[in-house]
Ligand binder design. Structure first.
Ligand code: SF4
Ligand code: SF4
Length: 270
């Protein structure tokens, strides 16, 4: 029964992304989303608060009696990623995809909330972005860490989450007191650097020196993002960069799975 509800929720997310109204007026930016579910009492939430950011909320601090966190990744299409692979500034298409995906996530969370509330449960919709202190750059709710806890993907050297559909796209999440089956966390690494050190393309592609093998200058990176927000201010607010994630092995897929399947002589699934 719980598995059936998980499937239903995944189908709602898929349906909403595939039929979203902005696809009528704008280019369609998205591939099929992927979804994962975390147990709200997973000890990694407390660990995240203790070790990574004391400011980070526990699911139960957002919704009393919270049982589950639903996390999804909406991957960008290849041409959006390609458009951002050259030059120092974010492409207009990349900035537009970011803005429209954030709007999509707000509407999708509303839609999901209604469906779950109709089943008799409570929800809290988490905003897609700017859940952080702009001075300290510390998150109150990190979709990336929550996606990791839910088993949606693994961190890459570029500090982003790599999913089975890569890292270029946006994450959304919603909390609920509906009990859902938690997704198993993947055991293998998804980043080629952490897997066998065969890649560091993200580091090479950061033109601003913000990303190194062993370090990440969060403030420098955020300044670059703010300068892109200014550049693209006519189309909305896009504090993005993405040079380190565009046109690299993990942009659109989990490169480790492909590598392992090639090594094993098995067919690579798309
Ligand atoms: S570009 Fe290579 S090293 Fe960087 S995160 Fe992706 S797979 Fe890992
Ligand atoms: S987002 Fe831009 S500035 Fe930040 S690490 Fe990646 S390439 Fe560098």
């Amino acid at each position: 029964m719980i598995d059936e509800i998980n499937t239903k929720i995944s189908e709602y997310i898929s349906y909403f992304v595939n039929t979203h109204e902005s696809t009528k007026n704008h280019k369609n930016y998205w591939r099929e989303p992927i979804v994962a579910f975390a147990d709200a009492s997973d000890p990694l939430f407390s660990r995240l608060k203790k070790v990574v950011s004391p400011e980070h909320f526990l699911p139960s601090e957002i919704l009393r009696n919270c049982e589950s966190v639903i996390v999804y990744f909406i991957p960008f299409k290849g041409d959006v990623v390609q458009s951002n692979s050259k030059g120092l500034r974010s492409s207009k298409e990349w900035a537009e995809a970011y803005i429209l995906t954030n709007q999509l996530i707000v509407r999708l969370n509303r839609f999901l909330s209604e469906k779950i509330q109709n089943m008799g449960f409570e929800t809290v919709e988490i905003p897609p972005t700017h859940n952080f202190d702009e001075e300290k750059l510390i998150s109150y709710w990190s979709h990336k860490h929550v996606a990791y806890i839910a088993g949606l993907g693994k961190f890459g050297l570029h500090k982003m989450i790599i999913t089975e559909k890569g890292c270029c796209g946006s994450l959304g999440s919603i909390v609920t007191d509906l009990k859902l089956q938690p997704t198993d966390r993947p055991k293998n690494e998804f980043c080629l650097y952490f897997y066998n050190q065969s890649c560091a393309e993200c580091v090479e592609k950061c033109p601003f020196g913000a990303l190194g093998i062993d370090d990440f200058d969060r403030k420098k990176c955020y300044q670059v993002c703010l300068s892109n927000a200014e550049l693209h201010s006519k189309i909305g607010y896009a504090d993005v960069c993405g040079k380190c994630s565009s046109n690299v092995p993990c942009s659109l897929k989990n490169p480790v799975r492909e590598d392992r399947e090639k090594l094993d002589g098995r067919k690579v699934r798309k």
